[in-house]
Design a protein around this ligand. Structure first.
Ligand code: NAD
Length: 331
C-alpha cells in the first residue's frame, strides 16, 4: 500500500510513521499542498492523504483518477475543500476522520475565551517586564453569562458541556436539536436569539448555507460588546464585516483559530516575508483580537486518533471497499 501525503508537517511524519504498524505500507510525505500544479507531479499510489487547505477540485479529482489513485483520505473532519461530486464521477472514494477528540477543539475555544477575557497573554508579558499594574486587565465572570453555540455536533456538544460546567446559560442553534444537551440544560433558539448572547462560538461546518453566516447584517443584530469565537472554518465569517464590527465596537473581542484566506498563511513560518494579506494584518493590529493558526485540533490525543483512524480508513477501503465507521465515508 502506498499513501502520498500533502501539506505534511513534521508531526504528521512522526505520528504516521510511529503508528503505521505495517511495514508494507509506504508513506510518501510532501510539504506542498495538493493543487492542480502539484497533482501533475504525482506518482502512482493507492491513496492521497490531505488536510484542511489542500484544494481537491474537480480537475484534481480527474488527475488523481488518471494516475490510478482510488482514495482521498482527509486527515481532518471538515471536507469543504473537496469536490465530492467530482470525486464520485471519477470513481474516487473519499473518507475523513469524523470525530477525533472533539474536546481538543472545544477546549481551545475555551482557551480563546479565557485569554481574551482575562488577558493572560498581556499579563504574562507585563509581569516579565516587572510591570505589576492591573490597569487594562479587567475581565468579566463567565458564570451566569449567555453563550450562543452555532452547531451542536461533536465539537459543539463538547463545548456546551464545558460552558455548562462553568455556570453559563448555554443557548444553541442547529438544524437538529440534541436531546441529551437539552436534558443537561442547553436551550435551542432561532439564530436571531443566538446573536443576542454575550459570547457566540461557531461550531457548524462550512457549506453554501453557512458561508459568511457572520456578515454585516448578522453583526448588526449582535449585542454590542459581543465576544465572537470561530474554531470551525474561516469562511463562516466575512472578514471585512468583522473588521468594521471591531472598529465600531460592536464586536468587543474576536478569537479565531481559522481564517478565510488561511491557506496562504497558516502552517507556514512567514516571519521573514512581507505578508500581502491586508485583512489579516488589520486583524492582527487590534488589541482585542486573538488569532491562533488552526491549532485547535493540535493535541497528542487528537493527533493519535486522527492517525489511527486515517490509516484504518485507507486499509478498510483497500481491503473491502467499505468502512465500518459510516460517518467517515463521504463518497
Ligand atoms: P459535526 O458534523 O459533528 O457537527 C456539525 C453540526 O453543525 C451538526 O450538528 C450540524 O447539524 C450542524 N449544522 C450544519 N449546518 C448548520 C447550519 N446551517 N446552522 C447550524 N448548524 C448547522 O462536526 P464537528 O466535528 O463538530 O466539527 C465542526 C466543524 O469544526 C467542522 O466542520 C470543521 O470545519 C471544524 N473543525 C475545526 C478544527 C480546528 O482545528 N480548528 C478541528 C476539527 C473540526
Amino acid at each position: 500500500m502506498k499513501i502520498v501525503f500533502f501539506s505534511a508537517q513534521p508531526y504528521d511524519k512522526e505520528f504516521f510513521k510511529r503508528l503505521q504498524g505495517n511495514a508494507s505500507v509506504e508513506l510518501i510525505f510532501h510539504e506542498a499542498s495538493l493543487t492542480e500544479k502539484t497533482a501533475s507531479f504525482l506518482e502512482p499510489a493507492d491513496a492521497v492523504c490531505v488536510f484542511v487547505n489542500d484544494q481537491v477540485t474537480a480537475r484534481v479529482c480527474e488527475m488523481l483518477a488518471a494516475r490510478g489513485i482510488g482514495i482521498i483520505a482527509l486527515r481532518c473532519a471538515g471536507f469543504n475543500n473537496v469536490d465530492l461530486e467530482a470525486a464520485r464521477k471519477n470513481g474516487l472514494r473519499v473518507c475523513r476522520v469524523p470525530a477525533y477528540s472533539p474536546e481538543a477543539v472545544a477546549e481551545h475555544a475555551l482557551a480563546l475565551i479565557m485569554t481574551l477575557n482575562r488577558k493572560t497573554h498581556k499579563a504574562y508579558n507585563r509581569v516579565r517586564e516587572q510591570n505589576f499594574s492591573l490597569n487594562g486587565l479587567l475581565g468579566f465572570n463567565l458564570h451566569g453569562r449567555s453563550i450562543g453555540v452555532i452547531g451542536t455536533g461533536n465539537i459543539g456538544t463538547a463545548f456546551c458541556k464545558i460552558m455548562l460546567g462553568l455556570g453559563c446559560r448555554v443557548k444553541a442553534f442547529d438544524l437538529i436539536a440534541n436531546k441529551d444537551l437539552e436534558a443537561m440544560g442547553v436551550t435551542y433558539h432561532p439564530l436571531m436569539e443566538i446573536l443576542q448572547t454575550d459570547i457566540i462560538s461557531l461550531h457548524c461546518p462550512l457549506n453554501e448555507q453557512t458561508r459568511h453566516l457572520i456578515n454585516a447584517e448578522t453583526i448588526s443584530m449582535m449585542k454590542k460588546g459581543v465576544m465572537l469565537i470561530n474554531t470551525s472554518r474561516g469562511g463562516l465569517i466575512e472578514t471585512s464585516s468583522v473588521i468594521q464590527g471591531l472598529k465600531s465596537g460592536q464586536i468587543a473581542y474576536l478569537g479565531i483559530d481559522v481564517y478565510e484566506q488561511e491557506e496562504h498563511l497558516f502552517f507556514k513560518d512567514l516571519s521573514d516575508t512581507v505578508i500581502q494579506d491586508d485583512e489579516i494584518q488589520r486583524l492582527m493590529s487590534f488589541s482585542n483580537v486573538l488569532i491562533t493558526a488552526h491549532q485547535a485540533f493540535f493535541t497528542e490525543d487528537a493527533i493519535t486518533q486522527i492517525t489511527t483512524t486515517t490509516l484504518n480508513n485507507i486499509d478498510q477501503l483497500l481491503k473491502s471497499g467499505n468502512l465500518t465507521n459510516r460517518a467517515a465515508l463521504l463518497v
